[in-house]
Design a protein around this ligand. Structure first.
Ligand SMILES: [Cu+2]
Length: 502
């Protein structure tokens, strides 16, 4: 999804929305109120399903001029994704991405909020929306165990741009893993129209490894306590707004950024290099409180709305102007504006490559080429029979060790299982028939009636807490032991099955 061009993504979302949004109701706010003769009750309100978007897209402005009951469905998912080139992290997300899905409602709307926690989640989560008036902002009513769903409602009394986040203990850890997003409560009469709206959020990641250290990184609680973040980024990853993923605009257009800071700890000195914010809605309030601003301070758990007009073409660079964060930790993004030059305003020359370093076109091209070469190298190594044999042998020995720790208690050291209780892995037709199903059994467990080599089993295998590599190794071992010759499983296979949340 992340790599799809924006317009296509938005178009897909709009199409999806068209299918389930009810036709707009003719009633104006006045008639709804008058018909009821009192403040409208939720039951009187027309019902809408909120259209949620993935950053940097923003749902379209609300055009209705009356309150509605808006149903919001947000799903928490724990997913492994890219944090930087070669670096991965297990993100805890509202909707599958960091930041969480953008929610847009109108002042006075009655919001029926559903929080689903995907069954593959490891821990419970909840949500505290700063737009909610009431203790905990929804947190107490939304505590949701994996595989469960909870519901609460609130009236969006105050317009503005609000942060939402998980508030399950340890709260800083849940937020540091990516559990934050923005909810916009549009004022009754809306905001002034602009040509483009984008969603950007800053947050920091406390990885065990240093910045750039490759591999799957774990959360480091000591670094979080000391606020020593190796990564400070926009939209959940280094480079999520550069190269092909840069924000787009044209000369003469007005752009609005809905910008928030998830934190959990670090305040942003938000700045766009080469632009001046024509209007800043300070702290995400609804008053165009300041004009002609260079840098605006955004607290952790806070937001801002900035509007500016693009006068000359080129690349505008979004940064946290606490600049080590931009140039060393990742807080750098781009807005690319196409259109005719205007030498009266600016005499020209594109932003200097030396200046933006890795985020420049040359840097982005280098990253892409590096990724291609790494794939080519892995292919070349895999194609070398000697290396391939040694790799396979290492993998079998490693897999045997995993088997002897995690599987043999039930499936027995010789893979024969236990009649009627634990099915055999030796010569198992069930195992041979479907590799992905076997991976899934190890990752997510298996229960219910199955038939193995003609014999029925109806028992429960608990999920095995193994890494992608360990899972690949143990299954490869199983598939090549006790007379089995069923091929092999790679870490990439496991990763694919793990992230396939069905
Ligand atoms: Cu959480």
């Amino acid at each position: 999804m992340k790599n799809q061009p924006l317009p296509r993504r938005l178009a897909a979302l709009l199409l999806a929305a068209a299918g389930f949004l009810p036709a707009p109701l003719p009633a104006s706010e006045g008639t709804v109120l008058a018909a009821a003769g009192r403040a409208p009750l939720a039951a009187d309100l027309p019902v809408e399903v909120a259209l949620l978007t993935e950053a940097p897209a923003v749902p379209p402005p609300i055009t209705r001029r009356h309150p509605a009951k808006v149903v919001v469905r947000l799903e928490v998912r724990e997913v492994v994704k890219r944090l930087a080139d070669g670096v991965e992290y297990t993100f805890w997300t509202f909707g599958g991405n960091v930041p969480g899905s953008f929610i847009r409602v109108r002042e006075g709307d009655f919001v029926e909020f559903h929080l689903d926690n995907h069954p593959t989640s490891k821990v419970p989560h909840n949500i505290d929306l700063h737009a909610v008036t009431g203790p905990g902002g929804g947190a107490a009513s939304s505590f949701t165990a994996p595989g469960h769903s909870s519901q609460f409602s609130f009236t969006a009394l105050n317009p503005g741009l609000f942060v939402y986040h998980c508030a399950t203990a340890p709260v800083p850890m849940h937020i540091a893993n990516g559990m934050y997003g923005l909810i916009l409560v549009e004022p009754k009469d809306g905001f002034p129209k602009v040509d483009r709206e984008y969603y950007v959020m800053q947050g920091e990641f406390y990885t065990a490894g240093r910045h750039g250290e490759p591999g799957l990184q774990s959360f480091d609680p000591a670094k979080a306590e000391d606020e020593r973040a190796p990564y400070i980024v926009f939209n959940g990853a280094v480079g999520s707004l550069v190269g092909d993923r840069a924000l787009q605009a044209k000369v003469g257009e007005t752009v609005r950024l809905y910008f928030g800071v998830g934190g959990p700890n670090i305040t942003s000195s938000f700045h766009v290099i080469g632009e001046i914010f024509d209007t800043v809605y300070l702290e995400g309030g609804v008053h165009a409180a300041q004009r002609h601003v260079q840098t605006t301070m955004v607290p952790s758990g806070g937001s801002t709305i900035v509007d500016f007009r693009i006068d000359v073409p080129g690349t505008y660079v979004l940064v946290d102007h606490s600049l080590s964060r931009a140039f060393n930790k990742g807080a750098i993004g781009m807005l690319k504006a196409a259109g005719p030059e205007n030498p009266l305003i600016y005499s020209g020359k594109e932003v200097d490559e030396v200046y933006i370093g890795q985020a420049s076109d040359a840097g982005v091209a280098a990253s892409k080429r590096e990724a291609e070469l790494t794939i080519a190298k892995d292919k070349a190594i895999a194609a070398n029979p000697e290396i391939a044999n040694l790799t396979a042998e290492i993998r079998l020995e490693r897999g045997k060790k995993v088997f002897l720790t995690s599987c043999f208690a039930c499936h027995m050291a010789n893979g024969e299982g236990l009649p009627g209780v634990f099915p055999p892995l030796a010569k198992s037709d069930f195992l041979a028939a479907d590799k992905d199903r076997a991976i899934k059994a190890v990752l997510k467990g298996l229960s219910g009636p199955i038939t193995v080599n003609g014999k029925p089993y109806n028992n429960l295998m608990p999920p095995q807490d193994l890494s992608d590599d360990q899972t690949a190794d143990v299954l490869t071992y199983v598939m090549n032991s006790w007379g089995n010759a069923m091929g092999s499983v790679s870490a990439a296979d496991v990763k694919r099955v793990r992230s396939d949340n069905k």
